[in-house]
Design a protein around this ligand. Structure first.
Ligand SMILES: Nc1nc2c(ncn2[C@@H]2O[C@H](COP(=O)(O)OP(=O)(O)O)[C@@H](O)[C@H]2O)c(=O)[nH]1
Ligand SMILES: [Mg+2]
Length: 502
């Protein structure tokens, strides 16, 4: 017998009617049992969904691999631009300092080349206009002799003086941006091993969160020594570096457009315009008091990755998957709110020792191989051809037993530079003899290199797996967005397959 307190309206409502017949009671009890069953089933369903959700929301783990300057960080920026817009917008202004650094380096590089050509001149002999035989070294260290006559004038001497303040600003910016602001060059053989070890140790260590963000944050919070901007100026992101750039703007343009400088540069095999972080064509836009980096500027900006940088972002709502008609069904919302962790590594030879420690549990590797580099050598080792180095790395990654279950997506990158080289008539056969007498055009070269990568992939993979390849120019954010939508689906499919959910 259930006691009912007449004071409790809830208990009163739930209690059986006082004049209930045995039939009514049986029907009521049956209904109650069914309701209990339904409720328990719902509880169980919720519990199962929670477990599945937890499993489902395991972060997607992606590694970006490839030699230094292959475009790993630029690819990561494209991901961020497409799928983590909030982070992207938050960081936009901070990239300005990196773009300034790139632009200043470009101008000083041209100035150094000019200076080198001028230093060949015997000033005493030819006081005003000069004749010279220049022996100019390429950015990749190659020396080339030319018996060309350059006519230097006072304008060139003046440019050297007027652009000198850029050197001070460069030192300051490098100090503020840290080791990522400088490239790693070949270590002289005469230097002891310990020098390289020290350099290597600096490369170790994971910068969790957003690696470059911490650098950029630090930069924002350290005003320039001796040149403190007013709070109003700082609000507008205006500081002493901007002042120097504004002051040097016309001279930078004058240097870049100078016919003698153009002549000197035309004799160099590698084009300065194709180098990392080239901004000299954008001086007007960048050396302006209210310059705000455009999306493309940020993707093109070069900041060397030091150590390992872990970038995590949530797939934002509203980014629906562009579903293909592949066999396995995939929910269009399958990765909403899912965390993606992308590891971006330094790619220099000494930095690669760190990669293997991150190979466990990887869903996908995006491997960047710049195919424009068939005629270039590594900065850190002038004896090694860049394409050869990429292929060697590719072999190591494909044959790794730990990565046997990972999906590998190859980006044959820098196709835009390859195309420019083909148009200039650079001969692939001169650097890759096996190319033989094939047609020296972009499509043929792309296909030829692709076949090499594919053959290695097939012969080295510990077990058969599909070969995914994309021809990319990751500084082209629009075209890359299309590539990434395909990659994203493929990454997710692999992740769910690994988690055995589909
Ligand atoms: N023209 C061109 N430049 C690229 C391409 N991919 C990357 N870069 C530039 O090359 C430089 C090195 O790229 P980065 O992503 O820093 O290489 P990482 O060392 O592999 O991270 C940067 O200035 C990029 O903007 C490409 O496809 N075409
Ligand atoms: Mg990088």
């Amino acid at each position: 017998m259930v006691r009912v307190s007449l004071d409790d309206p809830l208990a009163l409502a739930l209690s059986p009617p006082p004049n209930e017949t045995p039939e009514q009671r049986s029907a009521r009890e049956q209904a109650e049992a069914e309701a209990r069953k339904t409720s328990e089933a719902i509880d169980e369903q919720i519990r199962q969904e929670k477990i599945a959700l937890k499993k489902k929301k395991k972060p997607v783990k992606i590694l970006l691999l490839g030699q230094s300057e292959s475009g790993k960080s630029a690819t990561l920026k494209n991901f961020q631009l497409q799928y983590a817009k909030d982070q992207w917008l938050e960081e936009r202004l901070a990239w300005r300092a990196v773009i300034y650094l790139n632009l200043i380096k470009n101008a000083l590089q041209v100035l150094d080349i000019l200076q080198q050509a001028m230093s060949q001149t015997n000033k005493d002999k030819y006081p005003s206009t000069s004749l010279t035989t220049a022996d100019i070294s390429d950015s990749d260290g190659e020396h080339r002799s030319h018996t060309t006559v350059y006519r230097f004038t006072d304008k060139h001497r003046l440019l050297k003086l007027r652009l000198a303040p850029l050197r001070t600003v460069l030192v300051d910016l490098e100090k503020r941006l840290g080791p990522g602001s400088q490239e790693v060059h070949a270590i002289s053989r005469s230097l002891s091993d310990s020098t390289e070890n020290r350099a290597r140790q600096r490369e170790f260590g994971v910068s969790s969160n957003n690696g470059w963000k911490s650098i950029l944050d630090k930069l924002r919070s350290t005003p320039e020594p001796g040149n403190r901007p007013s709070s109003k100026q700082r609000e507008a992101g205006h500081d002493g570096v901007t002042d120097v750039l504004l002051g040097c703007k016309d001279d930078m343009k004058s240097l870049w457009h100078d016919p003698v400088v153009k002549q000197i540069l035309s004799h160099r095999r590698s084009k300065i315009e194709d180098a990392s972080g080239f901004f000299l064509d954008d001086v007007d836009r960048i050396a302006s008091p209210d310059y705000e980096p455009a999306d493309d500027d940020i993707v093109r900006a070069r900041l060397r990755t030091v150590g390992v940088q872990e970038h995590s972002f949530m797939m934002e709502a509203g980014q629906s998957l562009a579903l293909s008609t592949e066999s396995l069904p995939l929910d269009a919302n399958a990765d909403r709110g899912r965390e993606w962790i992308m590891y971006d590594f330094g790619g220099t030879r000494s930095a690669r020792a760190l990669w293997a420690a991150f190979f466990d549990d990887v869903d996908t590797i995006i491997f960047l191989a710049p195919i424009s580099c068939f005629d270039e050598r590594l900065r850190e080792d002038q004896d090694v051809n860049r394409l050869e180095d990429s292929l060697q790395l590719w072999r190591i990654v494909c044959s790794s037993p730990v990565l046997a279950k990972a999906q590998i997506i190859l980006f044959l990158n820098k196709c835009d530079i390859l195309h420019k080289k083909m148009k200039r008539g650079v001969s692939v056969r001169d650097y890759v003899p096996s190319f033989a007498d094939r047609k020296n055009d972009t499509m043929t070269v792309m296909k030829y290199f692709q076949q090499h990568f594919k053959d290695l992939f097939k012969s080295c993979s510990p077990e058969p797996r599909p070969f995914f390849v994309h021809f990319t120019s990751v500084i082209d954010t629009k075209a890359t967005a299309t590539t990434l939508s395909v990659v994203r689906e493929s990454v997710l499919r692999q992740h769910l397959q690994n988690a055995r959910l589909i």
